[in-house]
Design a protein around this ligand. Structure first.
Ligand SMILES: Nc1ncnc2c1ncn2[C@@H]1O[C@H](COP(=O)(O)OP(=O)(O)OP(=O)(O)O)[C@@H](O)[C@H]1O
Ligand SMILES: [Mg+2]
Length: 534
């Protein structure tokens, strides 16, 4: 779980310093928090601790002044100072990456690496993003400072409450459960962001109340959005809003139970993720949203297009950042829509055009998926099978791969009901059985479209919606399954051996064989049971 991430980070850093790694690069926005951790580490190891910034110079001046280096010497000189200095020490150089365009800085760093290898001096560069020149790639060890854990956020909130309570005891009437709500809401923020979100929540209305959690969540939505790659979605649909997909829903219900700590004690692993493949408009994206809401977890949408857009920095760095945020927010659902597009790097089919960047970034995503223990559940969707690499489907990557087919008559009826109800109509008022027959081959999205078209027609003529409006709308809709029949059939065949059917066949008057509607024009008679329905 996330609680271990900070411990792992400190342990790793401790080890690097003890093992005399000369140069460590820590990626973080939280310099202050890193500095506190490093001071503590230096104290444990009995080493002096020094910091440097371009504006503040080398603090803890004794070193530089005694050795004759002015406090505000250029970075290259500071590096030289560290190289020739006697004794041990930990040097935190903030934002040194901003000086990597200076050849002297690079050369001095390389000299430093060679010189420091058998000393007890370690240089730590902190920067908000990873920006390593090729010259340094082999010399630097990179670590990410994880976002604050619940314990740190709880301490920050308690400190604020103590401060508030000193003047106004009535301002801190807050239950233990509410504190946990606030802590959960702030997961994914940096410590400074969380502190200011808590403080903002406390000043509105003069007290910290459970309703103010919404403010913290909003703050988080903004903070995550600023990352440019992830989008934080508010809770939306529920399981009842998805028609059909019985097996998928049942699976999600069961896996949801396994999120609890009790499941770990029982010997079950943390659920990792699910891949949904299949026909367009049949509820893959909808299901991703539903998972998060049903499990009461935050939903993070990872936009692969933006990762590769080049507008936000290197794709590798973007992916790294996104995954770190997801771990910070965990437990959470990470929704990766149209994952096959990521493979193509947003451009060429397999990334040949971009020097293999897409493959590298994708590889890092897959490795992370196999290894992460933070409690991030990945819901990935894919529309096309051609570009899906076998390693994505390998056992152990996703807990399950589901094939989402066109809805059968039962599912179609459910989907009509869902969308009629959503638009304030009683489904019982409509004879849906006949209508459902006329919509063979329709996707969920097309059924929703029929309901909307019917409503537009009725509204235009100033009367209430009738079944005829829906029938007409259905007759005027050419489902995608007609135009893409071949593609869909190919996907079905492909999925037979590689995926589980997301829906379960149901028998009944409308579907005597318990079969799936064919991906063919409606005039073609239905065929036997689909083999993809395992
Ligand atoms: N099974 C369903 N139950 C209820 N509504 C559905 C269902 N399938 C699709 N819809 C409706 O159609 C809309 C579009 O579906 P969704 O975005 O989930 O499709 P998708 O499978 O992700 O398609 P694509 O492959 O094109 O991304 C949904 O928001 C929902 O309103
Ligand atoms: Mg989708």
């Amino acid at each position: 779980m996330a609680a271990a991430a900070l411990a792992r980070f400190t342990e790793q850093l401790d080890l690097l310093v003890r093992a005399r790694y000369p140069l460590v690069y820590v990626v973080t926005h939280e310099e202050g928090r890193l500095e506190r951790l490093l001071r503590e580490l230096a104290r444990r190891q009995g080493k002096p601790f020094y910091t440097w910034t371009a504006t503040g110079g080398l603090a803890s001046g004794a070193v530089s002044e005694a050795a004759g280096t002015p406090r505000f010497a250029p970075p290259a000189e500071i590096l030289e100072r560290i190289r020739i200095q006697e004794g041990g020490g930990i040097f935190l150089l903030r934002d040194l990456h901003a000086h990597f365009d200076d050849p002297l800085v690079i050369r001095r760093l390389r000299d430093l690496v060679a010189a420091l290898a058998d000393t007890h001096r370690t240089v730590i560069v902190s920067a908000p993003r990873l920006a390593l020149p090729a010259e340094l790639e082999k010399d630097v060890t990179v670590v990410d400072l994880p976002l604050p854990e619940p314990d740190e956020l709880r301490d920050a909130l308690r400190a604020l409450l103590v401060e508030l309570g000193a003047g106004k005891p009535e301002a801190v009437q807050i239950s233990r459960d509410d504190i946990e709500l606030f802590v959960r809401a702030a997961q994914g923020l940096t410590l400074a962001e969380a502190e200011s979100a808590f403080a903002r929540a406390a000043v509105t209305g003069g007290a910290l109340r459970s309703e103010d959690v919404a403010l913290v969540i909003e703050e988080k939505r903004q903070a995550i959005r600023k990352s440019g790659i992830l989008e934080f979605h508010p809770a939306q649909a529920e399981l009842a809003d998805v028609g059909g997909l019985l097996r998928l829903k049942d699976w999600l219900r069961r896996r949801g139970k396994a999120l609890d700590g009790g499941a770990r004690e029982f010997g079950l692993p943390m659920p990792k993720g699910v891949l949904l493949l299949g026909a367009p408009g049949c509820g893959k994206s909808l299901s991703a949203k539903v998972v998060a809401n049903t499990w009461r977890l935050p939903l993070l949408h990872l936009d692969l297009g933006r990762i590769f857009s080049g507008l936000l920095g290197s794709s590798e760095e973007n992916m790294r950042r996104a995954l770190r945020i997801a771990e910070g927010v965990a437990p959470a659902v990470l929704w990766i829509d149209e994952i096959e597009k990521g493979l193509a790097g947003g451009g060429g089919r397999s990334g040949e055009n971009d020097g293999g960047t897409a493959q590298r970034v994708f590889g890092s995503l897959l490795t992370w998926m196999s290894e992460q223990q933070a409690g991030v559940f990945v819901v990935a969707t894919a529309n096309r099978i051609d570009s899906l690499p076998p390693e994505l489907l390998r056992r152990g990557r996703f807990d399950e791969v589901f094939f989402v087919d066109l809805p059968d008559p039962f599912a179609r009826e459910e989907i009509f009901r869902i969308h009629l109800r959503r638009r304030g109509r009683e489904p019982e008022a409509f004879d849906l059985e006949a209508l459902v027959e006329k919509c063979a081959g329709f996707s969920g999205a097309e059924i929703e479209h029929c309901v909307l078209e019917g409503l537009f027609a009725a509204f235009d003529e100033g009367r209430e919606l009738s079944i005829e409006d829906l029938v007409r709308a259905a007759a005027e809709t050419t489902p995608l399954s007609v135009t893409c029949a071949e593609e869909l059939e190919r996907m079905r065949t492909w999925a037979t051996t590689r995926a589980r059917a997301a829906d379960a066949p149901r028998r009944g008057p409308g579907n005597p064989a318990g079969s799936v509607p064919p991906a063919r024009p409606r005039s073609t008679p239905p065929r036997g049971p689909r083999s993809s329905r395992v």
